[in-house]
Design a protein around this ligand. Sequence first.
Ligand SMILES: NC(=O)c1ccc[n+]([C@@H]2O[C@H](COP(=O)([O-])OP(=O)(O)OC[C@H]3O[C@@H](n4cnc5c(N)ncnc54)[C@H](OP(=O)(O)O)[C@@H]3O)[C@@H](O)[C@H]2O)c1
Length: 199
Amino acid sequence: MSFEPRVVVITGASAGIGRAAAREFASSGCRVALLARGDAGLAAAADDVRAAGGEPLTIPVDVADYAAVEAAATRAEKVLGPIDAWVNSAFTSVFAPFEQIAAAEFRRVTEVTYLGTVHGTMAALSRMRTRDRGAVVQVGSALGARSIPLQSAYCAAKHAVNGFTESVRVELMHEGSNVHITLVQAPAVNTPQFSWVLS
Ligand SMILES: NC(=O)c1ccc[n+]([C@@H]2O[C@H](COP(=O)([O-])OP(=O)(O)OC[C@H]3O[C@@H](n4cnc5c(N)ncnc54)[C@H](OP(=O)(O)O)[C@@H]3O)[C@@H](O)[C@H]2O)c1
């Protein structure tokens, strides 16, 4: 736990757990790249980071778009310096019985919640592995271990994040890498998601 990140990238940084993480990193003086889609939330998160003592950089991005995530990583390093830590918190869900979820809705949850995490991890590791330092943190969920009704797409995506992360973690261990990848299994948290996720 002696690792002291100085440059941190957070996806889903404009709300909920991602924004709370941004404030926490900022309180120890970190430079924090804030990634999400909405400008208003990003601007408010940047204010939080400044108020907590950190340096913010807002980058509007849809994590489902790999090229955009890669470009965001390049911009973060150009402005803030080499990335020490990357937190994947962005997600979306649909609250509905499986038979009421359209194929396009299921696909979107998968592309944001699962592939968004893969994209962030790719962008981070391609930089960290060459330096042999850094940490990737996936914001996982208890629902990645035990699925519940009415959230089939989300639960499947969180299971996929677990499986993907375990493979990559063991690959890094096999290489003797000093790059770390870990998964935080969050409990239920009162964030804005319950007011804006499709229901
Ligand atoms: N809250 C809980 O009870 C709970 C429990 C377990 C795990 N978690 C996990 O914690 C993480 C955050 O959840 P939360 O409750 O804090 O969510 P939240 O309050 O809804 O925040 C979600 C964040 O993700 C961003 N986002 C959504 N779609 C995006 C996209 N396509 N590209 C980029 N950013 C996107 C949102 O901003 P924009 O909409 O502006 O893009 C927002 O900043 C998720 O991974 C979730 O699975 C939450």
